[in-house]
Design a protein around this ligand. Structure first.
Ligand SMILES: Cc1ncc(COP(=O)(O)O)c(C=O)c1O
Length: 384
């Protein structure tokens, strides 16, 4: 990339592949002429936003001409109280994505490196390279993070390690023993980002829940988000727990109002909407189990998932994704992750899951009693 205005652009930025978001419903309607489009592409909440957040948002709309209070102190205090830490240990961002980018800007630079896992959430490598750092990618083990190998990969130049637990796009989870062994091996001056965007969907009792033990390592930064279980992806509110030193540096470079007024209002309300969290958990767990059974019936291999999506192997994944789009079902190709044979599919509402399964069965020519009765069962078992 060169030409007018490019002088001074970092080569590490020019060579980046932009992050590819899931395709939008409006775009697919326009391009394919399908009215009834189902989006199972961005790991969003199938039930929609927290109803309590919606009520709070409606009441706050008339304040949209005001700047929010700088640093979102109310949300900070609420999160700190909920997690038993001081407010000075809470990071807030325009989505956890922004927090990841800003942390990379603080700790990475040319001559330093970040350790990430193969198939880990793409933003870790993008943010690290954008800061001019080298990315040391550690081969996955059964699609998941190999934490022992990641600890081995740390060098004197390593400033950050990124772990997604569960990971996107694979849905894999690391357990407590592996996590604790790993933390014991990471030098104290390395920043360990543990991204728990999907924590609330995990049912495995061996889940480490790093947010419950934020002092397990001095450089630990645990990230969470309002985008998933709370259904507020469009409002962009992410948060984290870190040491006061990390938060102090972060607050120096974040934009003054990086969490917007409506985002803060909605997040505060969503935090107390336990009913929505529980319903979402139930719908996702039942939906995931239904999809797993259906995929087995269809003979499609998938990676065991702790989150609200499944990584499914199709072989000709691009062809399948295109055929699904024509039928009005958006899934997520993951070729950019080096997984050209897979699609990532978000768990939807029962009727959306059924539509996916029936469309797949028709595409693969594998309808039949097993798939048909599963689809019925999903509709009958509607958990809403
Ligand atoms: C693992 C992981 N981390 C972080 C994010 C970013 O979430 P947000 O910026 O919406 O908080 C995502 C979004 O899909 C994700 O999958």
């Amino acid at each position: 990339m060169s030409g007018v205005g490019s002088r001074g652009a970092l080569a590490s930025i020019a060579s980046l592949q932009p992050y590819q978001p899931g395709r939008a419903i409006a775009e697919i309607r326009r391009l394919y002429g399908v009215d009834d489009v189902v989006k199972l592409a961005s790991n969003e909440n199938p039930l929609g936003p927290s109803p309590q957040a919606l009520t709070a948002l409606r009441a706050a709309l008339g304040e949209a001409h005001r700047y929010p209070e700088g640093g979102s102190p109310e949300l900070r205090r609420a999160l700190a109280r909920r997690h038993g830490v001081a407010p000075g240990r809470i990071l807030l961002g325009n989505g956890s994505n922004e927090i990841l980018s800003l942390l990379a800007r603080i700790y990475l630079a040319p001559g330093r490196n970040a350790v990430v896992a193969q198939y880990a959430f793409a933003i870790y490598a993008i943010a690290s390279r954008a800061a001019g750092a080298e990315v040391r990618e550690v081969p996955a083990r059964a699609y998941g993070h190999d934490l022992a190998a990641m600890a081995e990969a740390i060098t004197a130049e390593t400033a950050m390690v990124f772990i997604a637990n569960p990971n996107n796009p694979t849905g894999t989870m690391v357990g407590r023993t592996e996590w604790e062994d790993f933390l014991g091996r990471v030098p104290r001056d390395v920043i360990v980002v543990c991204d728990e965007a999907y924590a609330e969907f995990v049912t495995d009792p061996t889940y480490p829940d790093a947010a419950a033990r934020p002092d397990a390592h001095p450089g630990l930064v645990v990230l969470r988000t309002f985008s998933k279980i709370h259904g507020l992806a469009g409002l962009r509110v992410g948060w984290g727990i870190a040491s006061v030193d990390v938060v102090a540096l972060f607050d120096r470079i974040r934009d003054a109002f990086n969490v917007n007024l409506l985002g803060e209002v909605a997040a505060l309300a969503a935090l107390d909407d336990h009913a929505h969290v529980e319903r979402t958990r139930r719908v996702v767990e039942q939906g995931r189990r239904f999809l797993e059974r259906a995929l087995v019936a269809l003979g499609l291999p998938f990676v065991e998932s702790a989150a609200n999506f499944l990584l499914v192997e199709f072989g000709e994944a691009a062809t399948v994704a295109e055929a699904l789009l024509r039928a009005g079902v958006i899934t997520r190709p993951v070729t950019g992750y080096g997984l050209p044979r897979h699609l990532r599919i978000t768990v939807g509402l029962p009727e959306e899951n059924t539509r996916l399964v029936q469309t797949l069965a028709a595409l693969l020519g594998r309808s039949g009693p097993a798939v048909g009765s599963l689809a019925q069962a999903a509709l009958v078992g509607d958990a809403r």
